[in-house]
Design a protein around this ligand. Sequence first.
Ligand SMILES: Cc1cc2nc3c(=O)[nH]c(=O)nc-3n(C[C@H](O)[C@H](O)[C@H](O)COP(=O)(O)OP(=O)(O)OC[C@H]3O[C@@H](n4cnc5c(N)ncnc54)[C@H](O)[C@@H]3O)c2cc1C
Ligand SMILES: *[C@@H]1O[C@H](CO)[C@@H](O)[C@H](O)[C@H]1NC(C)=O
Length: 290
Amino acid sequence: MTITTTSPPTSNSKEEEHIDPYMNNLDLDILIVGAGFSGIYLLYNLRKKGYKVKVFEGSNGLGGTWQINRYPGARVDSDQPVYQLSIPQIWKEWTWKEKFPGGEEIRQYFDFCDKILDIKKDVAFNTKVIGANFKKTEGKWMIKTNDGRITKAKYFLPCIGFAAKRYIPDFPGIETFKGKIYHSSEWPKFEVDVSEKRCAVIGTGSSGVQIIQEWGKRAKSLVVFQRTPNLCLPMSSRNLTAEEQNIQKHEYPNYFLRREAHFGGFVFGFLPRDTFDDTEEEREKIFEAI
Ligand SMILES: Cc1cc2nc3c(=O)[nH]c(=O)nc-3n(C[C@H](O)[C@H](O)[C@H](O)COP(=O)(O)OP(=O)(O)OC[C@H]3O[C@@H](n4cnc5c(N)ncnc54)[C@H](O)[C@@H]3O)c2cc1C
Ligand SMILES: *[C@@H]1O[C@H](CO)[C@@H](O)[C@H](O)[C@H]1NC(C)=O
């Protein structure tokens, strides 16, 4: 490839003029809130278009919900290659170890994204947005953070996920319970040894089901409290080889487009009929195929 340029790179070229995301009185084109999949994807694209854009992130790392949810068994439930960014520099170079990666592998993936895209230089961590007002006279958002700063931005893009706000149920008597209480989204950094413990898990959503599978193997005893029965299928995860991924990679751009065309973000959509409209054989065939 030949690159022709009339003006040689100068010291004040866009690339080199770096603005510290922790700076006071930042005045931006765009402020993104949240450094998970969405925030990172937007940063990558908007930065490329030449906007002055930064990210404020309340936690101390990249990955959003994956940075926060570190409970035992935390794992993806969408199989690869569907659960990843469609950024070519990333998917061309990255190799997944498992079809349904665990939290640790996802966090390694975000480290890799940072290595390739240099994301962190544009993110202020431990920076929580606590308010934002649009000032009509200036045509800009005034964004307030917990460190006392006010940041101006023409566009304000909250990429704060759907589960960033932790829910603590108000069970009567919870404050006098003598045992240990752990919340799936506020897990301690050390491993909780349950081999001599009588344990209970409340809830059978995705997180509950994942914790149950890990603690069921390790705990002295485990009781599950379930209000509404949930449907779980065997995940059939397996290790992936680099070879099988490399063979498929030329299909990825097409695959990612199909992903975007469906409501659920998967490569299949709704079937316009009821489950029991099909014969058992037809149903099995469809379930197996998807
Ligand atoms: C264990 C687990 C498994 C999952 N598996 C799947 C799966 O298989 N398939 C699937 O599609 N989805 C899955 N999800 C859902 C997951 O939420 C999304 O896939 C995705 O990670 C969401 O990315 P996001 O960038 O939209 O939001 P998030 O990852 O939630 O990121 C939001 C970020 O915004 C930050 N933030 C929020 N409020 C503020 C504030 N006021 N100031 C500053 N920062 C703030 C948060 O700290 C967080 O880092 C799973 C989630 C978990 C926990
Ligand atoms: C998958 O790979 C890990 C090491 O990365 C290994 O410990 C494990 O046994 C493998 N699982 C299977 C089913 O081959």
